[in-house]
Write a protein that binds this ligand. Structure first.
Ligand code: KIV
Length: 297
């Protein structure tokens, strides 16, 4: 249901996917398609392809900004990208990923930065990683009127503490803890939960136990939706990718070949051709040449 009301969970903009519709999709068994995007061009293509949720992920730190982890990306950088994405789409829900350091310090800082995502970045909701000490942050942001998506399993902002980029919840004890954390995040007010690099049976159990939809990335098929990083699914990330990545295109090859063809055309003079150029009226050109000739004498 899309409405023009402004309650949490309902769409503020006509045509925008409402959070309540995501819960309805879970109930109906309609899987949710989510992808990351970092600029207007990518976001527009995602909407045209029928994507439901666009996440301006802090994965931007790695795939856009070239860092070796998600940690260094700043609020200003995230807001810049979020604004570009939000300005380009109508229906998909736009989720701003709160970067490391923007919500860990205090509830007050977390609310202040979540508000910036909505007010300056024009995001519809925010996402943050973890449970435990982060539960009061989730509650505080939700109470301020901003919907929150949670993120459990492999939480890249704490990859060092987790012992690297590894699947999580692979022991009975850690799987039980993850289920408890998922329920606590739902209780704290999250409207949805990302499960990253989690064993299939654990993600399935969590999905079954929750009323809110789960979105998996490396969490198997028994979740309510799937998300992949834009650059990974389009084949823009070269070299090693995680086990769960499926490449739907090899855009790196397409782009490299196109750029090489351009460089070769520039060097040979094959580009530009007549049809890529602008002319001017013959009398204006003659007057221009005459004026230059006169200046020289
Ligand atoms: O930053 C990101 O892209 C993410 C997804 C992997 C869920 O958090």
């Amino acid at each position: 249901m899309t409405t023009s009301h402004t309650n949490v969970g309902e769409a503020k903009v006509p045509g925008k996917l409402a959070i309540t519709e995501l819960s309805e999709m879970k109930r109906q068994g309609t899987r949710i398609a989510m992808v990351t995007a970092y600029d207007a061009a990518g976001a527009r293509l995602a909407e045209a392809a029928g994507i439901d949720v666009v996440l301006v992920g802090d994965s931007a730190a790695m795939v856009v900004l070239g860092h070796d982890s998600t940690v260094p990306v700043t609020m200003e950088e995230m807001l810049f990208m979020t604004r570009a994405v939000a300005s380009a789409v109508k229906r998909p829900l736009v989720v701003g990923d709160m970067p490391f350091g923007s919500y860990q310090v205090s509830d007050r800082e977390a609310v202040r930065n979540a508000v910036r995502f909505v007010k300056e970045g024009r995001a519809d909701t925010v996402k943050l990683e973890g449970a435990g000490r982060m539960l009061p942050r989730v509650k505080a942001i939700v109470e301020s009127g901003i919907p929150v998506m949670g993120h459990l399993g492999l939480t890249p902002q704490s990859a060092t503490a987790l012992g690297g980029y590894k699947a999580q919840g692979r022991t009975a004890a850690s799987a039980r803890q993850m289920l408890a954390d998922a329920l606590a995040l739902q209780e704290a007010g999250c409207y949805s939960l990302v499960l990253e690099a989690v064993p299939t049976p654990v993600a399935a159990r969590i999905t079954e136990a929750l009323e809110i939809p789960t979105i998996g990335i490396g969490a198997g098929p028994q979740v309510d939706g799937q998300v992949l990083v834009y650059h990974d699914l389009l084949g823009l990330t070269e070299g090693h990718t995680a086990r769960f990545v499926k490449r739907y295109a090899d855009l790196a090859t397409v782009i490299r070949e196109a750029l090489a063809a351009f460089a070769a055309d520039v060097r040979s003079g094959a580009y530009p051709e007549e049809r890529h150029t602008y002319g001017m009226p013959a009398d204006e050109q003659a007057a221009f040449e005459a004026a230059i000739a006169e200046e020289k004498t």
